[in-house]
Write a protein of this length. Structure first.
Length: 340
């Protein structure tokens, strides 16, 4: 029986933070280790270039950092195919064919694209590559005939656009060579999202409100001690709020089953008064260090031989290209343009 195929990845525009870890990385490792899926994980450097075209050096540096993050959390190149998008030329060719099946108006209506264009403040100077990146995503997904794509709920329009492209292609060329993917979405709207240290709804590099998987223990300590809590909890004896308090939010996310009684007791104590923010933050540091120390150690070990890391990426890219080339051959055959 053929295993379901999963495609997932990240834009390499810096190191990955705890938001990425909670939102996708942990789940990828779990899916990989179930051994019932075939998983492709890619570094979407071409997509990153759509709004960082003049920062290619930064993206190249990020390739190595993101690869280290992948390996440090437990993604295993013997179980998952880890590759670099730009090293698979078949993806660009598929994108070109799909572009002829999608109107400009349809791209402009894509809610995810509209939101991201507004966030990036392009105005009238939208890079054409950015506008059409949903088509590139469709090429990424269909090249590997992915059945399942783990994404956040905000990415539903992107998955639907891919499904539309698949239907359009298959109907136009009377074929079934492309597979309509299904999105794997979080059960709850807020699931898989980690707010920033400052209480902002999103942890991000641009806001400087994140803890990175590569941060050393001292950096993590400084960041945790600066976390947003309850601004009205001025004195230790003052009653405090746990709603919107990032320390307790993070404890809920990173605390394990054996920690729940202690966390609940701290919540009740904090709400009554008599528990200071410093003590709650120190407890959170213990919880985070338990989670991050092994990741940090593995990352340092892998970083000792970056040549081997890039060798892993090269091998993964070669394997991925073989799969994409087969799909491209089927696509060209269906279109009738395999002339030789």
């Amino acid at each position: 029986m053929t295993k379901p195929i999963i495609l997932t990845g990240d834009r390499p525009t810096g190191k990955l933070h705890l938001g990425h870890y909670v939102g996708s990385l942990k789940n990828r490792v779990l899916l990989q280790n179930e051994d019932k899926y075939q998983m492709f994980v890619f570094l979407a450097d071409q997509q990153a270039l759509t709004d960082h075209a003049k920062e290619s050096e930064m993206i190249r540096d990020s390739i190595g950092n993101v690869a280290l993050d992948y390996l440090s959390v437990g993604l295993d190149p013997s179980k998952s195919t880890i590759f670099i998008q730009s090293q698979i030329p078949e993806l660009a060719e598929l994108t070109m064919y799909y572009m002829n099946l999608v109107s400009l108006a349809r791209l402009e209506r894509n809610p995810t694209v509209k939101t991201e264009i507004a966030q990036k403040g392009f105005g009238e100077s939208i890079p054409s590559g950015f506008l059409v990146y949903p088509i590139s995503q469709a090429a990424d997904i269909t090249a590997f005939k992915a059945n399942l794509v783990p994404v956040g709920n905000d990415q539903k329009p992107m998955i639907e656009q891919t499904r539309e492209i698949v239907r359009s292609f298959n109907n136009t060329y009377k074929t079934d060579c492309l597979i309509e993917p299904e999105g794997l979405y979080p059960a709850n709207e807020g699931a898989g999202r980690l707010p920033g240290l400052d209480g902002n709804a999103k942890m991000s590099k641009s806001l400087g409100n994140g803890i990175y998987l590569s941060d050393d223990a001292d950096t993590v300590r400084k960041k945790v001690m600066s976390m947003y809590t309850d601004p009205n909890h001025i004195k230790v004896e003052d009653p405090g709020k746990i709603e919107g308090n990032m320390v307790f939010h993070y404890l809920d996310i990173f605390g394990r089953q054996e920690d729940q009684a202690e966390i609940q007791a701290m919540k009740e104590h904090y709400q009554k008064g008599g528990l200071g923010d410093v003590k709650t933050k120190r407890y959170l540091l213990e919880i985070l260090d338990r989670e991050l120390a092994p990741i940090r150690e593995r990352r340092l070990e892998f970083a000792k031989d970056m040549g081997e890391v890039f060798n892993m990426l090269e091998k993964g890219s070669q394997s991925a290209q073989a799969v994409a080339a087969q799909t491209l051959s089927e696509v060209k055959s269906a279109m009738g343009i395999n002339y030789f």
